[in-house]
Design a protein around this ligand. Structure first.
Ligand code: BGC
Length: 921
């Protein structure tokens, strides 16, 4: 038996993170004979001066502790490391103590022994920049003359605006990129904490080390937002704050903070911003940058805060799979994978003053380089060489791309280029493989969609002039992200930004978070769509999903006031709901049934209806949250409000007999999902009719698509769900796979069947929303569906859906409760079966009962320690259950059955499997 996945606030041994609600611990148990915790003890010690042992500051004693979320009251001190262990006794009498874990606090609210410093602007007179001023980016530095060479440990607390990178003697500190990340800078600015003990100790061996910090523009002071306006959004001044703390082996401490003794020189980076890329001119090295003293300046408007952002790191390295000489004569590298991040280019053979130009794109057109869908984001890099061969790498930007066009390097080789995909470092916890390569590609596309769009903020896309935290996109994809990754900490940061925005907007949730000032607080907001249904409701839905997947209510407790504020903003100012119903909403964004046809953005589902349904959903979630947090009165009042909204929905959008007045696929999906009609049978019928009328093809957009297959399974039409999934023609998920997609597209027809780009106005090849289908494949196809009434994956309702076109499905999910593993495999039992099945499968022939073939079905499931599952075996004959030697059937109630008539096997921790014969199409 061992204890694994020990985390503090859902982070692995965090250093310098903000802990408003104190530490909350989490762990899992593996390899135990016992099935559950009998009693558990957490002990926390304070490691004064980072000593290896220390005084106990909290001890829960053996008690009934929740491994999903165990808050322990620890009186936290700034800049202090705490060690913690957990000891678990199981019901089989085992007792094991975890390895020692730690967390280290940041400066918390203590004052800084450093001053904010800046330097004057030094604009360069260059003609090429209509995107913001060209200026040699400053480097602030300080020689570190230490009193004593015996360093015990050293920490650097630092932030810089817009972005910063710090170095000791030219060696990069830490492995994070784009720090201090993308916040609502009006409200808060994060700083980071780095352990610099090793770097500093090494550096002092060679003399007096220099601590230097390079600044870039980033989100704070670069052009950002769809407007072409180059005016910086949050501030225009370079700003730096740093405090180096060195503790010597004799226990004494030395603090070196930024002040006017720091010097500023100029780097060769002359331009940077997130959308347009970066420019570096190495011929500038000939112009000696005379050091000037840093100047004291005012702090930024936002409050300085311990960090919340998980680190953005180089998470994958990709190499070109091909060097293409295009018909137009361009040199283009193909990475074989659309993704987002930075790169390294080995520049060689370029003369002094020669320019290398790097541009990126997502698709080729007629074999040529193409980037018009990036709109006005230049997404490029200019390098002016000093004639020396060297590696170059961007510092203060990122790119969303698969193809790279390089000019100015005629001897370019594939090996010259290495791509580094960046994303917020989260543990990958879900993996799923099937026997169908196209579905596997689709799953990989959904995974890459998340990776590329999880660079500190959940963004819509990583390439064009948006890359913003669109709330609607984040909301619809959140269950999938939580299936793929341990995203709790990532969402904690995003939701904190949301809180700060809501605070200044009277509860309104802006459409993008951080908002980058694309909001207004006056009443115009009501008509100007500065908030929208399904987008703003991210403030209730995301924390709820995070809780449902992890079982940790800390996120609900922190976000509850914002959830209420949103519901209050929606209801208090608009008693009859008509203004909200009538204003512009994105609604079922990009659905194919809108009045403007398939290339328009507005779907056909009445947006007033969507607005009302989402209001109901938000009220219900908020009521449920109030109940969980013990606010019974508030819960009751929210439930009453929800009841009134349901009545209002029925009044406006349903006939007294329960028929829905909005006749679209998405309208029926919403009605079924939220129990809107008094006659659900009519809704099922309406949905099926609607699909049939459209040739069994989907028409759904952002709102309907994530629900589509799920609801079909709920109404016992998984055959149709599979039919939609396997549709290889437009519109469908495999249509894009067939056209070579390596990420999820924004539109169902982002490319036309002949491979041409359908439109340039709004067309990204890396938009994760429709990747939400991955959740259905995990939960329904593979069967790994969490019981919605039991948070944190402590219980799974394992009801796999074998299908010959998939062949097998194998899912592993390292859930908050422990590691689940499950799947199934179909083996044809007669020679003809495989041929006939592929045929019928390709044509998506629904199960008519005819032409059934014989298969052997093997089903398996591993239930982790402390968890349980209800297993329903598809079409298992009665005789299967008679095998009393199989532990799967140890507790099956022969009188009980699931909604589709199958027996239910109740099982606890352990491995289960069974094989039986099955006849299916
Ligand atoms: C974004 C979307 C977003 C939408 C709002 C687009 O430009 O890319 O994904 O949700 O605007 O409707």
């Amino acid at each position: 038996m061992k204890i694994t996945h020990c985390q503090t606030n859902h982070l692995n041994n965090p250093v310098g993170f903000r802990m408003d609600a104190g530490p909350v611990f989490h762990w899992t148990v593996e390899g135990a004979r016992g099935t559950r915790q009998e009693s558990t003890r957490v002990v926390v010690r304070e490691l004064a001066q980072l000593a290896t042992s220390g005084e106990v500051v909290a001890d829960t004693g053996f008690a009934n502790l929740d491994s999903l979320a165990c808050p322990v009251g620890v009186p936290l001190k700034p800049r202090t490391r705490y060690a913690w262990t957990v000891t678990v006794k199981t019901n089989a009498g085992e007792m094991v103590t975890s390895d020692e874990n730690f967390f280290e606090t940041g400066k918390m609210d203590e004052p800084w022994q450093a001053e904010w410093v800046t330097t004057d602007k030094e604009p360069l007179d260059l003609d090429v920049f209509d995107r913001g001023a060209a200026e040699r980016h400053p480097v602030f530095s300080k020689k570190i003359c230490l009193k004593n060479p015996q360093i015990a440990y050293a920490r650097l607390y630092i932030t810089g605006l817009g972005l910063y990178e710090a170095f000791i003697d030219g060696k990069r500190i830490g492995d994070e990129y784009l720090t201090p990340y993308c916040n609502n800078y009006d409200a808060w600015v994060q700083y980071q904490t780095y352990d610099v003990t090793k770097l500093l100790t090494e550096a002092i061996r060679h003399g007096t080390p220099a601590l230097s910090v390079l600044l870039g523009n980033g989100w704070y002071k670069g052009r950002f937002g769809f407007m072409e306006d180059p005016t910086p959004v949050y501030g225009s001044e370079w700003k730096l704050l740093a405090e180096l703390r060195v503790t010597y082996t004799d226990g004494t401490e030395e603090v070196i903070g930024t002040d006017e003794s720091w010097e500023v020189t100029r780097s060769n980076i002359i331009f940077s911003n997130i959308y347009d890329g970066e420019w570096r001119d190495d011929t500038l090295s000939r112009i000696i940058s005379v050091p000037v003293h840093a100047r004291k300046t005012n702090p930024p408007q936002g409050r300085l805060s311990d960090r919340l952002s998980p680190p953005v790191r180089k998470m994958a390295e990709l190499h070109p799979v091909q060097l293409i000489h295009t018909p137009k004569g361009e040199l283009v590298l193909d990475l074989g994978q659309n993704q987002a991040g930075i790169w390294k280019l080995h520049v060689h053979g370029v003369k002094y003053g020669g320019r290398v130009h790097v541009q990126v794109g997502e698709v080729l057109q007629q074999g040529n380089f193409y980037r018009d869908n990036l709109r006005d984001a230049r997404a490029e890099y200019w390098y002016t060489s000093d004639g020396t061969d060297r590696d170059i790498e961007p510092h203060f930007t990122f790119y969303g791309y698969r193809y790279v066009k390089i000019e100015g390097m005629p001897d370019l080789k594939s090996d010259d280029f290495t791509a580094y995909a960046l994303w917020s470092d989260m543990d990958a916890i879900g993996s799923l493989e099937t026997g169908n390569p196209k579905i596997n590609r689709l799953l990989a596309n959904a995974e890459w969609g998340k990776r590329s769009n999880f660079i500190d903020v959940p963004t819509d896309c990583p390439q064009r002039n948006e890359r913003m935290g669109w709330t609607g996109d984040a909301e619809v994809f959140s269950p999938t992200a939580l299936t793929q990754s341990d995203a709790y900490a990532f969402y904690t940061k995003y939701l904190y930004d949301m809180v700060t925005e809501q605070r200044s907007l009277g509860g309104m949730v802006p459409n993008v978070v951080p908002s980058f000032h694309m909001t207004e607080t006056d009443d115009a907001a009501w008509d100007g769509a500065l908030a929208a249904c399904a987008w703003g409701d991210a403030t209730t839905i995301i924390p709820w999903n995070v809780y449902a997947f992890t079982g940790d209510k800390t996120i609900l407790a922190a976000h509850f006031p914002a959830m209420k504020a949103w519901c209050g903003w929606l209801t208090a100012r608009d008693a009859d709901g008509l203004r909200w119903m009538k204003q512009y909403h994105y609604g079922d964004w990009l659905a194919l049934d809108g009045p403007g046809g398939v290339d328009a953005v507005d779907g056909g589902t009445d947006t007033g209806y969507c607005a009302e349904v989402y209001l109901l959903y938000s009220l219900r979630i908020t009521a449920e949250t109030a109940k969980l947090l013990g606010y019974a009165q508030e819960a009751a009042s929210l439930e009453t409000q929800a009841g009134k909204i349901l009545d209002r929905i029925r009044h406006y959008y349903f006939t007294p007999s329960g028929r829905c007045a909005v006749d679209t696929q998405t309208a029926y999906l919403l009605a079924l999902r939220h129990g809107l009609s008094t006659d659900p049978a009519q809704m099922k019928e309406g949905l099926i009719k609607k699909l049939h009328a459209n040739g069994d093809k989907l028409q759904t957009g952002f709102i309907g698509t994530p629900l589509l297959c799920e609801i079909l399974t709920e109404i016992d039409r998984s055959d149709l769900a599979y039919h939609l999934l396997f549709n290889e023609a437009y519109p469908g998920w495999l249509y894009e796979v067939n056209l070579g997609a390596t990420t999820i597209w924004e539109r169902w027809n982002s490319l036309l069947p002949d491979g041409t780009v359908s439109s340039t106005g709004m067309n990204s090849y890396n938009h994760y929303s429709y990747g939400a289908i991955a959740t259905w494949i995990y939960e329904r196809a593979a069967g790994l569906r969490r019981d919605p009434s039991v948070p944190g994956f402590r219980k799974v309702l394992f009801t796999p859906l074998p299908d010959a076109r998939l062949g097998y499905a194998h899912a592993v999910y390292d859930s908050a409760a422990g590691k689940w593993e499950c799947g199934w495999e179909l083996t044809p039992e007669d020679a003809a079966a495989s041929m006939v099945d592929t045929q019928s499968a390709l044509h998506g022939i629904p199960d008519t009962g005819a032409d059934k073939r014989k298969y052997k079905l093997h089903v398996y499931l591993t239930v982790p320690f402390g968890a349980e599952a209800d297993v329903t075996l598809p079409d298992a004959p009665e005789s299967v259950y008679e095998d009393s030697s199989n532990p799967l059937f140890a507790s099956v109630d022969m009188n009980e059955s699931s909604s589709n008539g199958e027996k239910i096997c109740h099982v606890g921790p352990g491995r289960y499997e069974v094989s039986y014969e099955l006849h299916m199409v």
